[in-house]
Design a protein around this ligand. Structure first.
Ligand code: R5P
Length: 308
């Protein structure tokens, strides 16, 4: 089956990296807006009978990027694509995976329903929470960027301790700790509001060690800021390393993290990260991971060792 990779507008550079790895050119498509602001897509690539991969992380604005992905999938379906796979390196709405208050929706399930309605297979990387697979009604492959992040961090820092900035990140910290052969610790965090968190204490031995704080995403940076304060109170080394799969970095996060004097910030390129003088961010590409996943999906091979 002919292979076609189409990029939405969310992260064309990542799609280019995937295409380079696969040795193909990105498929032709037009992306724009109608005069009233509705997103408009036109798939110019012939896709009849093709195995199509749509690359679209759902970074901000998540709603627009989701609709654009759905429009691309619909266009490919109507143009006769044989199989359509959504490659969604960052799956937005995943944090809306339970109702905290009366009147809230289940955004994670809704996003999965919408994507499932138009594609045959969905692939995402380090999705928040553990329920994502159950929300999709099509096969869902949940990959992890942790080995790539670990390779970038390995052997660079003295006496490392891998720290989960909240209980939700504890399994991730354990996995990274195993990859780096380092002990783990966990900060106890309470979320006060979408923009505010409180951290009280850290379980595990961090005194005199270099903390490598690992989370699935850095959004406003509030979680990292609170964790760094608690780690310093617990006499960790001053140099703190922060790593995450998804560098959302919204609402002044870059300045906020810049003020913390972090020794290193390492994130994957699941989302575009703008260069800034305020914060030096080291990017680790997940294009090789996605290339390998696409190759194996086409060959009908198992993705076991790529999975989260
Ligand atoms: C929440 O549980 C997530 O794993 C992250 O810790 C959180 O979303 C990060 O958000 P922020 O950077 O705004 O604190």
């Amino acid at each position: 089956m002919r292979l076609v990779v189409l990029s939405g507008s969310a992260h064309p550079a990542l799609a280019e990296g995937i295409c380079t790895g696969l040795g193909i050119a990105a498929g032709a498509r037009e992306l724009g807006r109608f005069p009233d602001g509705e997103p408009r897509v036109v798939v110019g690539e012939p896709v009849r009978g093709a195995d199509v991969y749509l690359v679209q992380p759902l970074g901000p604005p998540a709603d627009c990027h989701l609709v654009e992905l759905l429009l691309l999938a619909d266009a490919c379906r109507r143009a006769g694509a044989a199989r359509i796979t959504a490659i969604v390196p960052y799956l937005a709405f995943a944090r809306q995976d339970r109702r905290h208050a009366e009147g809230e929706p289940h955004g994670a399930r809704l996003a999965a329903d919408l994507i499932s309605a138009r594609v045959d297979l969905a692939v995402a990387v380090d999705v928040h929470g553990s329920g994502a697979e159950g929300y999709f009604s099509v096969p869902f492959e949940h990959l992890t960027a942790l080995p790539a992040l670990a390779a970038a961090l390995s052997g660079r820092f003295p006496d490392p301790v891998v720290v989960a900035p909240d209980l939700g990140a504890a399994r991730r910290a354990e996995a990274l700790g195993a990859l780096l052969d380092a002990p783990t610790a966990c900060v106890h965090k309470t979320r006060v509001s979408p923009r505010e968190v409180q951290a009280r204490l850290v379980s595990g031995e961090v005194a005199g060690r270099t903390p490598i704080v690992v989370d699935d995403m850095i959004s406003t940076g509030a979680t990292i800021e609170a964790a760094v304060r608690v780690l310093h109170e617990a006499s960790s080394r001053d140099e703190v390393i922060v790593t995450a799969t998804h560098g959302l970095l919204v609402e002044g996060a870059v300045a906020r993290l810049g003020r913390l004097g972090l020794a290193r910030v390492v994130v994957s390129d699941s989302l575009p990260v703008a260069r800034s003088a305020q914060l030096d961010v080291e990017l680790v590409s997940i294009a090789p991971l996605l290339v390998e996943a696409i190759r194996r999906l086409r060959a009908g091979a198992a993705l076991t060792d790529l999975r989260a």
